[in-house]
Design a protein around this ligand. Structure first.
Ligand code: DGP
Length: 117
């Protein structure tokens, strides 16, 4: 069994977070260290550590991440101005919390996608 992270406790509402959306498959809450005016994490309720661990069984839930992202972007008023969705994987991807999550970031011009190392 993969090891739980703080995100499982947030999903079960055992520790506080600013949850903006929750259903049977996905929980979305504001990032504790926002990089832009809108910075929300969309997290599968099921513990999947990284993108490397997704399977065909997860395809429906992964689609749900996108429809929820679209709805939240509209609610945040950034759908038209634009935003970025990103998922980090493992060390070189900069992943810090090993419970797969999609960042929804927007509310300001985000600039080029990658900084040169
Ligand atoms: P990543 O590098 O992709 O694994 O991003 C992890 C993000 O999770 C990072 O932007 C900060 C956020 N984060 C970490 N711990 C907490 C927490 O306890 N609460 C909330 N709301 N966000 C957290």
């Amino acid at each position: 069994m993969p090891q739980e992270t703080i995100f499982s406790k947030i999903i079960r509402r055992e520790i506080p977070a600013n949850i903006v959306y929750q259903d049977d498959q996905v929980t979305a809450f504001r990032d504790i260290n926002p990089q832009a005016p809108t910075h929300i994490l969309l997290v599968p309720n099921k513990l999947i550590p990284t993108v490397n661990d997704v399977t065909a069984e997860d395809e429906q839930m992964l689609g749900r991440l996108f429809t929820v992202a679209r709805r939240i972007a509209e609610q945040e008023g950034i759908a038209e101005s634009g935003y970025r969705l990103l998922i980090n994987c493992n060390r070189d991807g900069g992943q810090e919390v090993f419970h797969l999550h999609m960042h929804l970031v927007g509310g300001r011009p985000l600039g080029p996608m990658l900084k040169r190392a």
